[in-house]
Design a protein around this ligand. Sequence first.
Ligand code: ATP
Ligand code: MG
Length: 257
Amino acid sequence: MNVIPPPTIIPPTPDAPIVSLRAVFKSFGANNVLQGISLDVAKGETICIIGPSGSGKSTLIRCINALVPIDSGSIQVQGIEVNDPHLDKLSLRRRVGIVFQQYNLFPHKTALENIMMAPITVLKQEKAEVEARARALMKKVRLAGKEDFYPGELSGGQQQRVAIARSLAMRPDVMLFDEVTAALDPETKKEVLVTIQDLAKDGMTCIVVTHEMGFAREVSNHVYLTEHGLIVEHAPPAEFFSNPKDARTREFLSQVL
Ligand SMILES: Nc1ncnc2c1ncn2[C@@H]1O[C@H](COP(=O)(O)OP(=O)(O)OP(=O)(O)O)[C@@H](O)[C@H]1O
Ligand SMILES: [Mg+2]
């Protein structure tokens, strides 16, 4: 009797990073903005990227979403090479949500309609199902009751939370946040930071560019400091803030803390 051996099944590595950057370089003309960035983000982890203005933080996260093409190196999201010229950008952007400082909601659509729009028009999902999800997302970002409000009737922080919900409506696996509280006053800033903290607690993988050191210290699993397109230092927040190794980190922290 022939015994056919069972196929070899390679189990997925449980701690394989969900986002992985290797030696990423990016220039705009003579401006070398990213000069060899490597980092890994594990599923469910929240990392904060901090650093001086112009150090390449926004460029870095835009590259992860393929909004900016890189010159060399590799960026993988769930094993998919972002820099692959054949990449289906829509499928990448379903997995990787991004929220900016400017929320850019549609002013003539209600909060709920803003959240429902992309799943219906881009993903062609069924309206009733999308609406149920959008209502649940409004609750999640602590805006239950404001579903029918127009952006102009909401505070900056509330609009930003609608923008976060809009991104979540695509059911991403990773969320990128680029200084989402920079334009907000301290009160509303906190509401948005709490929303991101809730997401992080729920296990969403979050990459957060921020100037909010309190948030980086309390919420992130890992803090990265960038300068001149390089990672100067990275560590878990307790270590990063209480025992920075690099003189540039100490200098930066002395200016912002
Ligand atoms: N599309 C672009 N074309 C040309 N130069 C760009 C472009 N985007 C960014 N840059 C340049 O790249 C450098 C890094 O910009 P980036 O926005 O990534 O910095 P940042 O760390 O996010 O700064 P900030 O803290 O002020 O937001 C800057 O010198 C900027 O002028
Ligand atoms: Mg920026």
